[in-house]
Every structure is written in C-alpha cells, then in structure tokens.
Design a protein. Structure first.
Length: 331
C-alpha cells in the first residue's frame, strides 16, 4: 500500500528510501561500467593528470583515481573510440599528435578539467613543434590555456600536407585561451581544413622579432582554400597580427579585434583573402573593427565578401556609415 493510501485509512506514514534513478559517476546511467563514463555505447572517458600521485601511462585511464600521465598515451589508447572523451587535469608539458583519420578514432573530445581559462595550462615541450597536431576528423578541443611557442603553433590543423590521411576537417576549438607570452609565433594554424569551428576563444601576446606572429593563420602554398569555417565570438588583441585566414564561403561573426594593444599593434588585423591564396564569398558581420577600416589599415577582404553590420569607428571611410556601422567591405 502506498503512503497516500496508508494516510487515508489512518495508518502511520512510513518513510521509504527509493533506489537512485541512475548510478555511477555524476548520476549518469551506465557510468559505473568498468570502461568509465560513456556518452555513447562504445565510447569511454579517459582521465589524464600528470600531477596525480597514481598517474601512469600503464594505467588504462578509465579511473580518475588512477589516471594516465600523458595526453599522448590517452590519444594512443586502444580503448579510445569515436565520441570518447579525454579529460585532462594538471599542466600538459608535452607535444601531442593525433592519429590520422584512417588509423585512429575520429570525433574525440580533448577536454580541460580546469575551473577557468587559465587552467589547465598546455605549455608543450619543443619550441619548434606544435603543442597539439590535429590529423583526424571531427576532434574537439576545449578548456585549455595554450602557451605560445617561439617556432611553432599552439595548435595545427593538417590537410594532407604531412600525409595523405592527415585530414583534420570538422575540428571544433572552443573556450580556450591562446597566450603568446610575448614571444609566441602562432595560436592556431590551418593547412586548409573545411568545416572548422573556432568559438569563444581569446588570443593575445603573439609577437616575435620580425613582427610576423599571428593569432590565427592559414599557411603552406599552394593551399587547399578552406571553406565553411566559422570564427565566432572570439577576441584578438595585443599581437603583431590578428587573423590571416584565407577561406571561401565562411563566417566571422561577433568577434572583437584590437589593432592597437597595450604592448603591440597589429599590422594585419583581419584578412579573409591573400594574394597567394585568394578567398571569397565570406560573410563578416557583427564584429568590432577599430582603427583604419581599409586594406592599408590591415583589413583585407575577398572580392565577393560581404562585410556588413560590423562596428567601426573610421566613419571617414565611404564603407562605414555615419553611425559607425559598416555597409561594404574595406577597400
């Protein structure tokens, strides 16, 4: 008889404890599996914490109290499947290369377990090697503070430039801080990957002796011109150059650019097209563009781009309305 029925017939109420709806980690059903918390039937969560007293690369990594010591061990794990997660705590002092899209799992999330954009820090190891070299499809990276390298990028997206199967299309990078440390060469580098998303990231202090450091840059010529790239809600400031991201049919929306920072002034602020690798048909809207809104001022569009509805203080330009809203691409 249930409690309400007992009350109706005048019998004393009995307090009962019902079983939990879900068991395991964080109340997620099935997360008490020996393979750890799974977001998909065959997926796993692997834990990495270089500072944990029980951290060993010989662990399987599914137990947060016995994590792996390196991200590379997690990336190479035979347990890793598509839609798995690699959860990282502590500083990452290594340079990591993902498998290519044909030999390793695609659609894996490397996720920082810090409490702010300042942790966990990813400093890498070799100054001339990218901290994270992406070569598989659909991987996701979030929650890290990447420290700049003097001779390499923090994060690089491959597209057959290092191997025929090295294709990092559909990469998503969000909620990361790219800190150039006043000597960093480049935050994110792309070799032409399409369907890439860079969302809610901050870039600062990329500077070198030749003033050729970039927050974001597409490199290698000839280059597969990326298309359907999305740069959304990001901040670019206090660096030699902002974004030189030649692309087609892509979007830059809601970003803030600071041509003149506290320490450095940008030579190139935003380029969606270059002479060597011309881009076109991009939509650039709802961004903040201080300074000289022109090609000479560091803003270079594709010939058929639409740069509309941005804020710019250079109302002397015909491409900027009297209210400071852009009505045409810079010339």
């Amino acid at each position: 008889m249930n409690v309400m029925a007992e009350q109706m017939v005048g019998r004393p109420t009995i307090m009962q404890r019902e079983p939990q709806f879900f068991g395991g980690q964080f109340g997620v059903k099935g997360s008490d599996s020996p393979l750890g918390w799974r977001t998909h039937p065959d997926a796993v969560i692997l834990y990495v914490d270089s500072g944990h007293p029980n951290a060993l690369d010989t662990n399987d990594g599914t137990d947060p109290t016995a994590p792996l010591a390196t991200v590379q061990a997690a990336v190479n794990s035979s347990l890793l499947t598509p839609y798995s997660e690699i959860r990282v705590s502590g500083e990452v002092a290594e340079d990591v290369v993902t498998p290519d899209y044909a030999t390793g799992p695609n659609y894996v999330w490397i996720r920082g377990n810090g409490i702010s954009r300042y942790s966990p820090a990813w400093s890498g190891d070799d100054a001339d090697t990218a901290s994270l070299d992406m070569r598989a499809v659909g991987w996701r990276v979030s929650g890290f503070r990447f420290y700049g390298k003097t001779g390499a990028s923090c994060l690089v997206l491959r597209h057959t430039d290092s191997g025929a199967n090295d294709i990092a299309i559909r990469t998503v990078v969000h909620d990361c801080y790219f800190d150039g440390l006043t000597t960093g060469l480049r935050g994110i580098e792309s070799h032409g990957c399409y369907d890439v998303w860079v969302v809610n990231c901050t870039f600062a202090l990329f500077n070198n002796v030749g003033n050729t450091a970039f927050c974001m840059e597409t490199t290698t010529t000839p280059l597969a011109i990326p298309y359907r790239n999305y740069i959304l809600g990001c901040y670019f400031h206090d660096s030699d150059n902002g974004v030189e991201w030649s692309m087609n049919g892509s979007f830059i929306l809601g970003c803030l650019f600071q041509p003149t920072g506290y320490a450095y002034a940008m030579i190139q602020v935003l380029n969606t097209s270059t002479v060597a690798n011309p881009g076109d048909d991009n939509i650039v809207a709802e961004n903040v563009f201080p300074g000289d809104y022109s090609i000479a001022g560091g803003y270079r569009p594709g010939a058929a781009d639409a740069w509309l509805g941005n804020w710019a203080d250079d109302t002397a330009e015909a491409e900027v309305g009297d209210n400071g809203i852009t009505i045409a691409r810079p010339t």
